[in-house]
Design a protein around this ligand. Structure first.
Ligand SMILES: Cc1ncc(C[n+]2csc(CCOP(=O)(O)OP(=O)(O)O)c2C)c(N)n1
Ligand code: SF4
Ligand SMILES: [Mg+2]
Length: 299
């Protein structure tokens, strides 16, 4: 596992971008582009990532970047991969489809499902900030239960959709779950995926100070608290083999270090949540975490 001091010092990201202060996307994009050594074509639908990428003629990352229609990420990336193959240049660079949770769990899922079934040659990375942030915080299929958004003003009633599990059901060779709050975990998973072929899916929890309502200085702290509470689990599944990674592997030995109550108390989006809802979410987390521990034990 790469240590934080081993991460490349030079960055493919240029100084300055248009994202909010403390945005988790920028923290992670630095590691993602480094792990691909700058040799990538980025395919990106409408989202906060588009804003971060810059407005013509400026750009925040010196890589080829395609802005494409909201539902079409995996279909467009399939076309780019086919083009590179036709030119005999597929080995020169990675096709990185990078979309938000709305663009992945909801509107882009049919294109993603088709690309996964065809095992198209791309890394598909969903950065999950748990709502439609670019348009002002509407709920997505990935918004956690209890979170207030402009379309769930009294708190969302449902648990989030498990997109990595959906991708596993497509039998793709590599599925991983990571967090922007763990740069080395992000770097290692993207670097590993780079060395594989076919469709590789990475789901990245990405704290959003504006939409979650917390101080921008706390992005990493809250991302890590989500892992300590078992709400976000770091793992990978390669050719059907499941492993917890990094902090989640350590927590499997020590037990979870935080509760749902502690986590929700840190963010304005969960304000006024009832003790009953917190207990309901805690029971959901406990059951899911027990399932992960069983898989880790090979049961
Ligand atoms: C077909 C279509 N519907 C709606 C929109 C408006 N729209 C642009 S970005 C966005 C939200 C994207 O949410 P997500 O994918 O989670 O990315 P985030 O903004 O959170 O980074 C929406 C609804 C659009 N561009 N195209
Ligand atoms: S709204 Fe959230 S995800 Fe979007 S740029 Fe701002 S901090 Fe980043
Ligand atoms: Mg989003």
């Amino acid at each position: 596992m790469t240590r934080i001091t081993d991460l490349p010092a030079e960055s493919i990201m240029l100084p300055g971008n248009r994202a909010c202060a403390g945005c988790g996307i920028g923290i992670a994009l630095r590691q993602i582009t480094s792990a691909l050594d700058g040799k990538l074509v980025l395919v990106n639908p409408a989202s906060c990532l588009t804003v971060l990428g810059g407005m013509y003629p400026t750009a925040s990352v010196a890589v080829p970047w395609l802005n494409i229609a909201f539902p079409s990420t995996a279909a467009s990336a399939s076309g780019v991969a086919a083009g590179l193959r036709a030119m005999g240049r597929a080995d020169e660079m990675t096709v990185l489809a990078m979309a938000g949770d709305g663009g992945t769990a909801d509107i882009g899922i049919q294109a993603l499902s088709g690309a996964a079934e065809r095992n198209e040659d791309m890394i598909y990375l969903c950065y999950d900030n748990e709502a439609y942030m670019n348009t002002g915080t509407q709920r997505s299929g990935s918004t956690p239960q209890g979170a207030r958004t402009t379309t769930t003003w009294s708190g969302k009633k449902e648990n989030p959709k498990d997109v990595p599990a959906i991708m596993e059901a497509h039998n793709v060779g590599y599925v991983a779950s990571t967090s922007a709050a763990y740069p080395t975990d992000v770097y290692d998973k993207v670097a590993k995926a780079r060395g594989l072929s076919g469709l590789r899916y990475i789901h990245m929890n990405t704290p959003c100070p504006s939409g979650w309502s917390f101080d921008p200085k706390d992005t990493v702290r809250l991302g890590r608290l989500a892992v300590d509470a078992g709400l976000v689990v770091l793992y990978e599944v390669q050719d059907g083999e499941f492993h917890l990674t990094g902090r989640s592997a350590a927590l499997a030995k020590s037990g979870l270090k935080a509760t749902v109550a502690e986590y929700v108390a840190t963010q304005g989006r969960f304000r006024g949540m009832s003790p009953e809802t917190i207990a309901e979410i805690q029971a959901w987390v406990d059951k899911r975490w027990a399932g992960f521990l069983k898989r880790e034990a090979g049961e």
